[in-house]
Design a protein around this ligand. Structure first.
Ligand code: PLP
Length: 453
């Protein structure tokens, strides 16, 4: 990347996170200029089908005129204001009403942040304040699950069950991880899916008792674990753990940063899996990826309790300068509107069978262990041996090679551990789904040949 190319300028000026630096140094970055429908274009005019909707969020396409106009119209009228000191933009009030109406709660309130991480982090502080004011200051421990992803702030990285936290000396004390409900990977021989879910629930109860129920502030769950490799819950999992959390008075927070607004084919993952949380954390699709925004939607009980303790304390002493920004609110209102009026949610339901069939066809490959998914989120897990489920030699970097080769062929997909993860935009057509799997099938064959398998 010689001279003054965009690639070279990137290498000299951008510090990339979540990027394999060896691959970056070898292949250089992909510098993008614009998008059209489900495709993005780089500075050389090359087009890429984005099978990950950006990072799960660009679900309405990269150049939706209605979303662009919503931002422009708001920018002309009132482009920026905060939500501190009892002030708020009218558009943000309208969005809050809409979010509560769309939520599974009969009533509630919305608190705004700029990202999913900040929204989860905010809920931790809400729970800490609540318990403290309720005379239980020791209730500070947070339960999440192995393979969870809840963000990158100090608290939410601690909630994330990922090995890379070791680089930062995390998790912080008091952030504990329960079992991951991945039946294919963690079931005992002969155990049915329901038995597996019940075993995990018993383990959770033991964990709660061991830690001390009165030391636990809350439990956070992604309805479908996303960055952990797209792991839908085992059958009956939420039905098994919900009564235990109720028994010990532990609030359940649904981290719907990926699953919120239609990804599973229902508006909420909580609805898909028939579980009632105490609060929902949303982000990503809330603005269809057009503006940074996170939101905590408080269900009635948590909302009432937090209102009461905040009144006692005079305020909830927490806020982000740009939380509830009117540009974000305007585009979110439009994004939520088009989910219904332009049939996006309906399209997820319509094309999902084709998508899941495509995943299953990849799973016929000799080195594919499991295809799993729901709605328009899915993964194929690669293994060395279908029977024993033994992982491939990590040094071969098969999933990374597949993603890199697919990129050369104009398809963006994501390697996560030994899985290939897909989460296409909600506007994808069946023909585009077929094209995506044709490219992947061809790429997988080439890569396994390259590595001599
Ligand atoms: N929670 C979940 C389930 C996520 O998938 C993510 C991001 O991918 C986050 C939280 C963090 O969101 P953000 O990257 O906006 O901070």
């Amino acid at each position: 990347h010689v001279g003054n190319s965009w690639e070279q300028r990137d290498m000299e000026s951008v510090f990339h996170g979540f990027t394999d630096l060896e691959t970056l140094n070898k292949n250089g970055p992909v510098v993008l200029t614009h998008g059209e429908g489900i495709h993005v274009f780089d500075v050389h005019g090359k087009s890429y089908m984005d099978a990950n909707s950006g990072l799960w969020n660009n679900v309405a396409g990269f150049n939706h005129p209605g979303l662009i106009e919503a931002i422009c119209e708001q920018a002309r009228r009132f482009p920026g204001y905060h939500a501190f000191f009892g002030r708020v933009a009218d558009t943000t009030v309208a969005l809050s009403e809409k979010l509560v109406k769309l939520s599974p709660f009969e009533r509630g309130k919305v608190y705004y942040t700029n990202s999913g991480s900040e929204a989860n982090d905010t809920v931790v502080k809400m729970l800490w304040m609540l318990h403290r004011r309720n005379g239980q200051p020791q209730r500070r421990k947070i339960i999440t699950r192995v393979n969870a992803y809840h963000g990158v702030t100090v608290a939410t990285a601690s909630m994330t069950g990922k090995a890379y936290n070791a680089e930062f000396g995390l998790p912080l004390p008091g952030f504990i991880h329960a079992d991951c409900p991945h039946y294919w990977r963690f079931a005992k021989p002969g155990e049915s899916e329901l038995e597996f879910s019940q075993r995990l629930a018993r383990n959770l109860e033991e964990l709660i008792i061991k830690e001390g129920a009165d030391t636990i502030a809350g439990m956070f769950c992604e309805p479908v674990q996303g960055a952990g490799g797209v792991i839908p819950p085992s059958e009956g999992y939420f039905q098994a753990i919900r009564p235990i959390l109720r028994k010990y008075g532990i609030p359940l927070i649904a981290d719907e940063v990926i699953t919120g607004f239609g990804r599973t084919g229902e508006m909420w993952g909580s609805v898909k899996y028939d579980v009632q949380p105490d609060a929902i954390v949303a982000s990503k699709c809330i603005t269809a990826g057009y503006f940074p925004m996170g939101a905590v939607i408080l269900g009635p009980d948590l909302c009432d309790a937090l209102t009461r303790v905040s009144e006692e304390a005079e305020e909830f002493p927490h806020g982000f300068t740009a939380g509830g920004n009117p540009l974000g609110s305007a585009v979110a209102l439009k994004a939520l509107d088009i989910l219904e009026t332009e049939g996006l949610l309906e399209n997820v339901r319509r094309v999902s069978p084709r998508f899941l069939a495509g995943l299953n066809s990849l799973a016929e490959h000799k080195y594919a262990g499991e295809a799993r998914g729901v709605g328009l989120m899915g993964a194929v897990e690669l293994v060395a041996d279908k029977k024993t489920k033994a992982p491939l030699d990590g040094k071969l970097q098969v999933s990374e090679r597949i993603a890199n080769k697919a990129l050369q062929k104009g398809l963006i997909c994501r390697p996560l551990g030994q899985a290939i993860v897909l989460g296409p935009p909600f506007i994808i057509t069946e023909a585009q789904i077929d094209e995506m799997f044709d490219i992947l099938r061809e790429t997988m064959a080439e890569v396994f040949a390259d590595v001599g398998l």
